[in-house]
Design a protein around this ligand. Structure first.
Ligand code: ARG
Length: 412
């Protein structure tokens, strides 16, 4: 790829550029009735969440990281041409179940009244039925909709977890078909940015697009080095998508990835992604939540490598530490347990994303200040820890790694 726009060949190389989304009105459109469906366990106080997010972004900028906001990029991509903007809106409505009909027309015309900036903000925030002059559902629309839902288009409160709708991988990206309806529209923004934003269009390899039925999310996709990837088999990522992605990476001449390690983790909301229980913080240091292993310290891991004729070879392993040493060729390994592995502290801090560290340089991380036992332990293991504030952001069940999508890291 000439002039690549993305360069991510590790989890730990010095971070230069990152994609963020400041939480907006979408977070205020979570209600007790919709909270579970919208994947929140509580209703955050937006004003404080925004202050916390700004603090996080400032911490990154103070450390030399360029912060790009996904909604700004979307506006720039969609504003370039009316045809592109219309195609985006049409697809957005289509995927929301309004392909044709009076609701489609009403929503389309309503969105047309906004400039692109306000339209993008509106789509993230969601559109209420009573927001505009709209009375008649067409028969077509009534069939599939929950009449009690005040929203015609649901809000996207998870959008500040920019890690998940896509994943940078080498000079390319996966644009993800996400698991739950509540998040699926998020990667449509990514698709249009990658296709039409001048910074990205034609400068990114798309390893996998979102037109799939099998699910995958960025929180499960970890770039261990320039040829090894780890992917969680989780609530959000299926083994089928991992195998398909591995095949593509092994076959595509632009990809230098030759090993994919599939790591099975419990399928529940507290550990929805691999990065909620396992992250890389230095060349040979990782955080890990002991709850992902069975009583004997074992788990299910599959090492995938290219086989003959485009097939994938599988090797089963059960020891996480030994597998990492094998695939990364590490003589030593330091696995740092979330919450010191204590039976009370570890699950508490994992719940508040104590394992969800964002590494900004080898041995240097950003974490939430509330996970003070894990932070102290990281420091004792020689890691530099930048703490960011969080009482509200963490109510969405995600931490610094989830809230950031690296676009550029220095190679190691
Ligand atoms: N990479 C992550 N761990 N992201 C966390 C996402 C949290 C979000 N509420 C969800 O359930 O989807």
């Amino acid at each position: 790829m000439n002039n690549p726009a993305i360069n991510v060949n590790s989890e730990i190389g010095t971070l230069k550029s990152v994609l963020l989304k400041r939480p907006g009105a979408e977070v205020e459109n979570i209600t007790p009735d919709t909270m579970e469906r919208l994947l929140f366990d509580d209703i955050p106080f937006l004003k404080i969440a925004q202050e916390e997010h700004d603090f996080f972004a400032d911490t990154l900028r103070d450390n030399g990281v360029e912060t790009l906001y996904v909604d700004d990029l979307a506006v720039e991509a969609l504003d370039s041409d009316d045809v592109i903007r219309h195609r985006f809106v049409q697809q957005y409505l289509d995927e929301a179940g309004y392909g044709i009909g009076t609701t489609h027309d009403a929503l389309f015309n309503y969105l047309e009244t906004f400039d692109t900036r306000d339209m993008v903000t509106k789509l993230y925030a969601g559109i209420r039925r009573n927001e505009f002059d709209f009375e008649n559902d067409s028969l077509h629309d009534l069939a599939g909709r929950d009449a009690a839902n005040p929203f015609l288009l649901d809000p996207l409160p998870n959008a500040y977890f920019t890690r998940d709708p896509q994943a940078s991988m080498g000079n390319g990206i996966t644009i993800n078909h996400m698991t739950y309806k509540a998040r699926q529209p998020e990667s449509l923004f990514t698709e249009f940015i990658m296709q039409y934003h001048p910074r990205f269009a034609g400068h990114v390899d798309i390893w996998r697009d979102r037109n799939h039925n099998t699910r995958i999310e960025g929180g499960d996709e970890l770039i261990l080095n320039d040829h090894v990837i780890a992917i969680g088999v989780s609530q959000r990522t299926s083994s089928k998508s991992i195998e398909a992605l591995a095949k593509e990476l092994f076959a595509n001449p632009n990809s230098h990835f030759d090993t994919v390690v599939a790591v099975e983790i419990p399928h529940n909301h507290a550990m929805m992604h691999l990065d909620t229980v396992f992250t890389m913080v230095n060349r040979d240091q990782f955080t890990v939540f002991p709850g992902i292993m069975d009583a004997g310290g074992q788990m299910n891991i599959f090492i995938m490598t290219p086989g003959p004729d485009g097939t994938v070879k599988l090797a089963h392993r059960t020891d996480l530490g030994k597998t990492l040493q094998e695939v990364l060729e590490l003589p030593e390994l330091d696995l740092i347990e979330t919450g010191s592995g204590d039976e009370i502290v570890a699950p508490r801090e994992q719940w508040n994303d104590g394992s969800n560290t964002l590494t900004i340089a080898p041995g240097e991380v950003v974490t939430y200040n509330r996970n003070y036992v894990s932070n102290e332990l990281l420091r004792r293991h020689g890691i530099i820890v930048h703490e960011v504030i969080s009482s509200e952001l963490s109510r969405g069940r995600g931490g610094p790694r989830c809230m950031s999508q690296p676009i550029w890291r220095e190679d190691l």
